[in-house]
Design a protein around this ligand. Structure first.
Ligand code: FAD
Length: 468
């Protein structure tokens, strides 16, 4: 009898334990992607990017004589419908770790079992299942370094090969048409602006990993913070859709370390930050939507769309480092990690604005949006997270600029104003923004929304006067 492979954030064919199990089950495999409430709730850029990933995956499956069946609705209802249509007796999928997905998946599993259907979930999204990592006292790691020490020596399963064939059913169940889902509807700049910056699918991900290991990983520890350098792997975009597995990245990192490439250890540590984000999300899901340190609920964050917040979103704060990074995100769907830390510090400290406002904007703009890493990153910057930069540590965008963009290449790449012949990247921002923002490169560069030392003083005063 057929097996239904329910695909979610695991849009690849290689190193895919659930796909392997489906193929090993012996019958035909019916890969399905369900447009459910969770998909509907995605931000504009991640939803648009998902559409590209599905299109690519449908092509990869077709190359193997298989298909991607698309259905819309509540996951359990859709799966039950497919079971009825196809006579499937086995449903499998790759685990997810955010609380909504866990609630949905547990309910689906229980209901299918009650129907007499075998329902099994598999690993593949994480290197270390969150429940397998605990402190000596049996608790959750709240600080990264001990987490790293606990996992760094563990065996990580070697990646599985792509199945040679994916058995197809005699008759395929009907599928929605991807275009009808209009996953890019809220993305006003998708095809023209962001698309050239996307490296799509399993093929794109593997070539990124190959280039990184051949040319970049050796100096990764030195170059990863220099904002104008292309010194990082850029794999977050692919990891977010599951177009590559963390195991594939980890094993490549191990090989590079064995070859004596110095930056490899740092790369492994960064992959472990992603794991740490999921460890926190799994054990303390409140990190996704509220202050991890609950005393911060009493902090007087601004939560409104003030003029300063709008200008932060638009990359028009008048602070070059902030604006360059915000424009980079708007145009490419990505932002350098250093930029993410600095703009998040600026919003939550200089502008005293709740990190959730920034978290939400990132969720709308990032093609590598990941619920766990985004929440952890914001709470790290705001000071409300477990392993956080303390609130009184206020990044100074001007000194950060001197340190991480000493020759101003990054800033010039993104800020057109004041440059006689700005590069295409800088002008592309003005072509990308909605007309109602009323921006043009001919306008003078704005005056700062807040003087840097004044913003810093205000942030520190609010911190001193806090009630906890
Ligand atoms: P590399 O430097 O090549 O690192 C390799 C991989 O390690 C990354 O692809 C990523 O999976 C992981 N990694 C690296 N740094 C971190 C980190 N600090 N936290 C968690 N994982 C990490 N990352 C996302 O993937 N999605 C997000 O939505 C996201 N939001 C963020 C928001 C804020 C405020 C901050 C400060 C960080 C955020 N990050 C997020 C983490 C980090 O900025 C990105 O993972 C990184 O910039 C991706 O670039 P890269 O793939 O070239 O990383």
């Amino acid at each position: 009898s057929p097996t239904i492979l329910w695909l979610r954030r695991d849009l690849r064919l290689s190193d895919h334990p659930a796909l392997r199990a489906a193929c090993d089950a012996g019958g035909p495999v019916i890969p399905v992607f369900i447009h459910d409430e969770q998909v509907a709730a995605l931000g504009a850029a991640p939803k648009w990017r998902l559409g590209l990933a599905l299109e690519y995956l449908a092509g990869s499956l077709a190359d193997k004589g298989s298909r991607l069946v698309l259905r819309r609705g509540d996951a359990l209802t859709v799966l039950r419908g497919l079971i009825e249509e196809t006579g499937a007796r086995f449903v499998c999928w790759t685990r997810a770790y955010d609380p909504d997905a866990i609630a949905r998946d547990s309910a689906v599993k229980a209901a299918l079992k009650e129907d007499g259907i075998e329902a099994r979930s598999f690993g593949g999204h994480l290197l270390f299942e969150p429940w397998t990592v605990e402190t000596k006292q049996g608790g959750v790691y709240k600080v990264y370094t001990p987490f790293w020490n606990a996992v760094k020596g563990r065996d990580v399963a070697a990646p599985l090969a792509t199945p040679g064939t994916i058995p197809a059913p005699d008759r395929w169940p009907a599928s929605d048409v991807l275009g009808d889902w209009r996953l890019g509807a809220a993305m006003n700049r998708g095809a023209d602006v962001v698309r050239p910056h996307v490296q799509l699918g399993e093929g794109g991900a593997q070539s990124r990993l190959g280039v990184f290991m051949a040319h970049k990983v050796a100096d990764y520890d030195k170059l990863r913070d220099i904002m104008a350098e292309d010194g990082t792997s850029a794999l977050s975009e692919n990891l977010a859709q599951g177009e590559i597995s963390p195991h594939q990245c980890w094993h490549a990192g191990l090989r590079a370390r064995e070859e004596g490439k110095k930056g490899a250890e740092t790369f492994l540590k960064e992959l472990a930050w992603r794991e740490f984000a999921y460890h926190l999300t799994y054990h303390t899901p409140r990190i996704l939507s509220g202050n991890w340190r609950e005393e911060w609920d009493a902090f007087p964050w601004n939560q409104d769309e003030t003029v300063a917040v709008t200008r932060w979103k638009q990359g028009r704060t008048g602070v070059e480092m902030i604006d360059a990074a915000m424009r980079e995100m708007y145009v490419t769907g990505r932002m350098h990690n250093r930029g993410r830390m600095i703009v998040a510090s600026f919003l939550t400290k200089h502008l005293l604005t709740h990190w959730r406002v920034g978290q939400k904007w990132f969720e709308d703009c990032l093609i590598d949006w990941d619920p766990a890493s985004n929440a952890m990153g914001w709470q790290w910057a705001a000071g409300s997270g477990p392993d956080a930069s303390p609130y009184f540590r206020v990044f100074n965008p001007a000194t950060q600029l001197d340190k991480f963009d000493p020759d101003r290449r990054y800033v010039r790449r993104w800020i057109a104003e004041g440059q006689g012949t700005p590069p295409a990247t800088a002008t592309s921002y003005f072509a990308a923004v909605p007309r109602r923002w009323g921006l043009s490169p001919d306008q003078p560069y704005p005056a700062p929304v807040v003087a840097l030392d004044e913003g810093r003083k205000k942030a520190l005063a609010a911190y001193e006067n806090r009630s906890f």
